[in-house]
Write a protein that binds this ligand. Structure first.
Ligand code: ADP
Ligand code: GLC
Length: 493
């Protein structure tokens, strides 16, 4: 089947988080199953392209004030996937993808509306897919446009749409005036469509208009239908529950495996773990932890410093954790208070708490390989990739039982020798501290700890199985469309 991805980031061209990993890997897995896949991304300043060729010179995109003219370039196929980039330098040739350290760009509605519309127009020239697969609020307008102002366009007759929620906490909320600016009809501004507490909600538009909605783990697909996790959209999701499903993300073991990783000091494997000690030494050197006792367990963190990731719990317990026999190594950027907290802790406990406020892929790999444990106490976690990478590196995850963290980590039971990590449920500092202490305690028995490490390293979360699940959804959507039965009719009446 021909599938076109529309997304705001994808490795190796642009990345701020896990969405990019998924958009980089899932299309390749689909192509390997025989699908024809094209991927549309914006061309940002950070998008480095070798010999791009212009394939669509000028796409006219009407805005209320003036027409804008985008173009599309390609680098051809990579691993069987065609990559296209929407060029509109006024919007995308900027340092950040979505904003500056002080906040979102004020014209994000225009930027991603232009992107979504350019993707539709481009496919009319480059080939209309059978299914558009869109991701998060930045491409949420694709299904909205297809069922509203493009509804009569014969080019898109029978085209299906799948929309994947990677994080319902980010919805693309804008003032009502963006509708006329983007030439979208006012009748979208109702509670049953895109209106959301007086604002226009891009994500909600996709939840109303997409033929099928998926999210990135089974547990999260259930959680977002509750008020605790739905960020106000639980009702919309519940109303269409029969066409909402969770498909766990896979991971790309070409990038994330201690057997082949080019960023780490020594390679190692399930059969021969000896290289991991060298990776630990190298990691501590990279973080400037002088004269560290290599026997001390190292707890790694690689994360966006955001409330979602459980940093308020971490801040509650850090001073007490620093009294334990261990070292914390944290890499991340994000909310200033959390950055400041780590800088302060590092000053106070220079040999115990090391931090780099940075976005650094090589260091992220070094932490996966060199740490003994990986901490992810998320408040919510749609899927989470780092804990899955950690399993492959024999770096034992300590997680909160939410979303994909709950679906991917089995609790360690020393009596049976089963399990892959440590998890807690109650979202509070005490539970987190207790669970870390249990992990530290368990690491003192190196024989059983190695069983635990090997349990994780033996797990296989490669994309193949999940790509097949997506294949089934595309097929269902195609049938629904072909039978003239868009799923959304059920919602809209
Ligand atoms: P999210 O997308 O919510 O941030 P995920 O666990 O799905 O969380 O994915 C995060 C991805 O971003 C991983 O590939 C991780 O290695 C990467 N990452 C996050 N923070 C950093 C950082 N400071 N430096 C390098 N890579 C990072
Ligand atoms: C989001 C989520 C994360 C998920 C990633 C890829 O950024 O926060 O949990 O792994 O998307 O789907």
């Amino acid at each position: 089947m021909h599938i076109a991805f529309a997304a705001s980031e994808g490795v190796p061209f642009s990345k701020t988080g896990g969405l990019a990993d998924v958009v980089g890997a899932l299309p390749r897995a689909l192509a390997a199953l025989g699908h024809q896949v094209s991927v549309f991304l914006p061309r940002y300043k950070q998008t480095k392209l070798v010999d791009p060729a212009t394939v669509v010179r000028s796409i006219t995109i009407p805005f209320d004030d003036k027409y804008r003219f985008a173009s599309v370039v390609t680098i051809g196929s990579q691993s069987g996937v065609k990559f296209y980039f929407v060029e509109y330098p006024q919007y995308f040739d900027r340092d950040g993808l979505y904003g500056t350290p002080t906040g979102d760009y004020p014209d994000n509605a225009e930027r991603f509306a232009l992107f979504s519309r350019a993707v539709l127009e481009a496919t009319k020239i480059l080939g209309v897919p059978q299914v558009f697969h869109c991701h998060d609020w930045q491409s949420a307008l694709v299904p909205v446009l297809l069922r509203t102002i493009y509804a009569e366009d014969p080019a898109f007759k029978d085209v299906g749409t799948v929309f994947t929620i990677h994080n319902i906490g980010y919805q693309g909320l804008f003032p009502p005036e963006v509708l006329p600016l983007l030439m979208l009809p006012w009748d979208l501004f109702t509670m049953s469509k895109m209106e959301f507490f007086g604002q226009v909600n891009f994500l909600k538009g996709a939840l109303v208009y997409a033929d099928y909605v998926t999210t990135v783990s089974k547990k999260y697909s259930q959680e977002i239908q509750t008020s605790e996790y739905g960020f106000g959209l639980e009702g919309v999701l519940r109303a269409r529950a029969s066409t909402v499903t969770g498909i766990l993300n896979g991971v790309d073991y070409d990038e994330w495996s201690p057997q082949t990783d080019k960023f780490i000091a020594a390679k190692y494997s399930l059969q021969d773990l000896s290289g991991k000690a060298l990776c630990k030494k190298d990691l501590l050197a990279a973080f400037g932890v002088a004269n560290a006792d290599l026997k001390l367990p190292v707890i790694g963190i690689v994360s966006r410093f955001a409330a979602q990731k459980g940093f308020d719990l971490i801040s509650q317990i850090m001073d007490r954790l620093a009294r334990e026999e261990m070292i914390v190594v944290a890499l991340g950027t994000g909310d200033k208070p959390y950055e400041d907290m780590f800088v302060r802790l590092n000053k106070q406990f220079p040999n115990k708490i090391a931090v780099k406020i940075a976005y650094d892929n090589a260091l992220a790999h070094k932490i996966e390989a060199g740490a003994d444990m990986f901490l992810m106490p998320s408040k919510y976690e749609p899927c989470g990739l780092n804990q899955i990478y950690s399993l492959k590196y024999g770096t034992v995850p300590v997680v909160r039982a939410t979303g994909g963290l709950d679906d991917t980590i089995d609790p360690w039971d020393p009596r049976t020798g089963r399990g892959t990590g440590f998890k807690f449920t109650e979202y509070n500092g005490e539970s987190l501290l207790l669970t870390i202490k249990q992990a530290l305690q368990a690491s003192r028995d190196q024989t059983s700890w190695q069983t635990l490490m090997r349990n994780g390293m033996s797990k296989d979360f490669s994309w193949n199985a999940s790509a097949r699940e997506y294949g089934k959804i595309y097929e269902r959507v195609k049938q629904m469309r072909g039978a003239g039965q868009p799923a959304t009719e059920k919602v809209l009446v």
